[in-house]
Design a protein around this ligand. Structure first.
Ligand SMILES: [Zn+2]
Length: 89
């Protein structure tokens, strides 16, 4: 892990990343970042939607608030075809 500088917490709880750091990481206003806590350390990384099942980052679609890739979705549909789960009325 590489030291990237010191930032200060503002009174309202916001932090501002130095311009040079944002530019070097190509972080733009409005981008989402993920926070992780590990043994008292905070790790921050760019948020990239990933499939909750396989970790794929391409062809992601949200489903009920979670992300799933088309390949996993197709596998699920093959294993568990929707027609078998229709409830008879
Ligand atoms: Zn997947």
């Amino acid at each position: 892990m590489k030291f990237a500088g010191i930032i200060h917490l503002e009174q309202n709880g916001r932090i501002v990343f130095p311009t040079g750091l944002r530019q070097s990481l190509n972080i733009l206003p409005g981008d989402s970042l993920e926070l992780f806590i590990d043994s008292g350390c905070i790790h921050i990384r760019r948020y990239t939607p990933t499939c909750i099942l396989c970790g794929e980052i391409n062809d992601i679609t949200p489903y009920k608030g979670r992300n799933i890739c088309f390949e996993c979705l197709a596998e699920i549909q093959n294993i568990w075809p929707m027609q078998e789960h229709k409830i008879a009325l």
